[in-house]
Design a protein. Structure first.
Length: 145
């Protein structure tokens, strides 16, 4: 999907932070045991202050016995808000960079490779003579014993 959408994410930052973050929020809304949901003692004032008219205190995960679905619903709403926030701010930032002309490096720098063009040397030695960055390729050979 990342290739189809033409999203350049060589470090898989979205997979690690975005997708795993979404799963973490959903998982806590699915699997939280009632006794760990905000961890109040049933005898505490905090618990009593959060009881509804039916005597229900804190909610538990959707897959737990006695759930009302409120915890999971709250987590889904939080995800919608967080995703909207990230998309909005990212759009503003990336469009600003694009308008300013600093969103991408030049094609010449890209062809040379950013290690060479920005840092003055290759970080890796490749043995692929057909590399797009052929000028920077060093043939690696090993000596036989």
């Amino acid at each position: 999907m990342m290739k189809k959408l033409r999203i350049d994410d060589p470090l898989d930052a979205f997979a690690v932070h975005g997708a795993c973050g979404v799963w973490g929020v959903l998982a806590s809304g699915l699997f939280t045991a009632k006794e760990y949901s905000y961890a109040p003692s049933p005898d505490s004032q905090n618990f009593k202050d959060n009881m509804d008219d039916d005597g229900n205190g804190y909610d538990c995960g959707l897959f737990m016995t006695g759930t009302r679905g409120e915890l999971f619903g709250t987590h889904v709403i939080a995800l919608v808000i967080e995703i909207a926030w990230v998309v909005t701010l990212s759009t503003i930032m990336f469009q600003g960079l694009k308008i300013a002309g600093i969103f991408r490096v030049s094609e010449a720098d890209e062809d040379m490779g950013l290690d060479n063009s920005k840092h003055g040397g290759a970080a890796y030695k490749h043995d692929d003579d057909n590399s797009k960055h052929g000028g920077n390729v060093v043939k690696v050979t090993t000596a036989s014993a």
